[in-house]
Every structure is written in structure tokens, then in C-alpha cells.
Design a protein. Structure first.
Length: 312
């Protein structure tokens, strides 16, 4: 083995040290070194560029200046725990941070513990900017939530749509059978609604539908389910009430609608409603009874609530 003089060893050490420093400076990944107390001792150009600071503005400052104030205590405690612990590598974690302009960014941070020339430990942290990826994930999440909402809700009124509503009706029937509890449904239809569309146009008709359904939902109990079956026809599932109680509830709805005016045209609108309570029958049969009662309400003068006759 070839002998190396102390001078040559020193030269190799300095060259290796310079190479390491050059690698750190050229790295596209943000790198910082913090003291045992958590203060910046070294920051590379990528780290400074990401946060928007010059090196002299960071050196000597506590690293928690980069995170939201609410997270500073926990980050500082984690730093101290890592420095004082037995592990030399910290698990990769995702954190929200703040740049110089106060913008919230998201990073993946991974750290290693090293021993410095003075014999004390240091923490070397490597950061990767994943802000755009997180923003894309959030947009995709929102898009998926919107698609799921549209699959179950009517786009105009934001009520449950026919498919989702009938599914909930089947679920309520099963619950009623299992626990032997009463429940009723109400179907209602806006009287002479076609005349509004014909006279004022469908945009005004849509506004009327939106305003009326909002009013009706406000009058209903929190436990009632409001569903748009189609057009100006609606279904309300009313758990825990019999036909008489459901009728009283729909009378309040009918009176509130009749007393209000809608849109800038100050239009008055009434509704007709049919009530049916659950008996041993399918959801289709229950809807048919409520529909016939609603038709009877229209045939006998409109703007009224009719309870369906008991099933045979």
C-alpha cells in the first residue's frame, strides 16, 4: 500500500471538503444545517431561493421562522427530540411553510443527524417543494366531490335528485320495518307553474323554483329529506311522524309559500300536496298513494293538503 504523507492527506481532505460544499451549493434540493438549539448554521442557494431570503438573513435565526406560528412549538419540540434521541435519520414528513412574501407552501422534509467538527450534533434538513402537486391534488379532490355531489343532487335546487331520493326512501322503509317506527311522505307540486314559464320565461321559473325550495327547506325539520323528483314536483320524507302530523307540517309549508312573493316580479305561488303514511307496502306503492292524494288536492281547488286514504 502506497504511503500518504500528512500534507497529502490534508490536501485530499480539503479537496473532499470543497467537493462536498460544491455539491451542497449546486443541489436543486433545499438544504439547511441547524445547531442543537435549532438555529440556522448553513443554508444552500436552493433553500434561500425557495423561501425568498438571502443567506445572511437566515443565518443565526431559528428555523421555525419558516412555519406558521401555530406549528412552531411542535416543530421546535420535534427538533429537540431528534437531536437528543438515538436515531440518525428523521422520517420524511409533509409540512406547510411560509415564504418571505407570506405565501403558504407545502414541502416534504427529511433530515439526518451528523456530528460537526466541534463534536456537537447538527441537523441537516433536505426539503422538496410539493406545493403544485398539493394544489393539483386539492383541485382533483374538489372536482371529485363536485361530481359526487352532482350525481346525488339536483343542479338547480341543490336538493337530492330523484335517484338519490328514492334510494333514501327505500332506506327509510327498511328502517321503519326494523324499528317499527312511523314515517310519512309528502308529495307537492307548484300550482299553475307552467303559466310562469310561459309568461316570464324559464329563467324566471328557475328562480322561483330555487326560492321556493329554499323556503320549504327552512320550514321543514332538520330530519326531513327534501327531494326534487322532476320539474315542479317534489317529495319530502318525514321520519317519525304519522299522517296527521305530516299534514300539519305541510300546512305550515303551504301557508308560508302562499304568503310570500318571488323574484323581482313579485309573483305569488301556491302548492298542492298529498300525504301518505307507511304501511306494509313498497316505496312505489307509497309514492302512488301520495301522488293520488296530491292529484285530489289539485282537483278540489289547489293550494291545499290532502291525506291519502288508508291502503286496502
Amino acid at each position: 500500500m502506497k504511503e500518504i504523507s500528512p500534507d497529502q492527506l490534508y490536501q485530499l481532505f480539503n479537496r473532499s471538503k470543497r467537493n462536498t460544499e460544491n455539491v451542497i451549493k449546486a443541489s436543486p434540493i433545499g438544504i439547511c444545517i441547524t445547531t442543537p438549539s435549532g438555529h440556522f448554521e448553513m443554508v444552500n442557494p436552493a433553500y434561500c431561493e425557495f423561501y425568498g431570503y438571502r443567506p445572511d438573513e437566515l443565518l443565526g435565526q431559528h428555523f421555525t421562522m419558516m412555519v406558521p406560528e401555530a406549528n412552531r412549538a411542535i416543530l421546535s419540540a420535534l427538533h429537540d427530540e431528534f437531536i437528543q434521541g438515538n436515531e440518525n435519520h428523521e422520517l420524511r414528513q409533509e409540512w406547510d411553510v411560509i415564504n418571505r412574501n407570506g405565501e403558504l407552501r407545502t414541502i416534504i422534509a427529511e433530515a439526518a443527524r451528523i456530528e460537526a467538527d466541534d463534536g456537537e450534533l447538527r441537523k441537516v434538513t433536505f426539503i422538496i417543494d410539493i406545493t403544485q402537486r398539493k394544489q393539483l391534488e386539492e383541485r382533483l379532490k374538489q372536482a371529485n366531490e363536485r361530481l359526487d355531489h352532482l350525481a346525488h343532487h339536483d343542479e338547480l335546487t341543490e336538493l337530492l335528485n330523484r335517484r338519490a331520493g328514492l334510494q333514501r326512501l327505500d332506506e327509510e322503509i327498511k328502517r321503519c320495518k326494523r324499528y317499527d317506527t312511523p314515517f310519512s311522505i309528502a308529495m307537492y307540486d307548484l300550482d299553475n307553474f307552467k303559466a310562469i314559464n310561459d309568461t316570464y320565461g324559464h329563467s324566471v321559473g328557475d328562480s322561483v323554483l330555487q326560492q321556493i325550495t329554499t323556503l320549504v327547506s327552512d320550514v321543514l325539520r332538520d330530519t326531513d329529506l327534501h327531494i326534487r323528483l322532476g320539474g315542479e314536483e317534489f317529495l319530502i320524507i318525514m321520519p317519525g311522524v304519522n299522517a296527521k302530523e305530516a299534514s300539519l307540517g305541510m300546512q305550515r309549508v303551504r301557508e308560508n309559500v302562499a304568503q310570500q312573493t318571488f323574484t323581482e316580479h313579485q309573483l305569488t305561488v301556491t302548492l298542492s300536496s298529498g300525504i301518505a303514511s307507511y304501511a306494509e307496502a313498497s316505496g312505489t306503492r307509497l309514492l302512488d298513494r301520495a301522488d293520488k292524494a296530491m292529484y285530489q288536492a289539485k282537483q278540489t281547488g289547489r293550494n291545499r293538503v290532502v291525506i291519502a286514504s288508508s291502503p286496502m
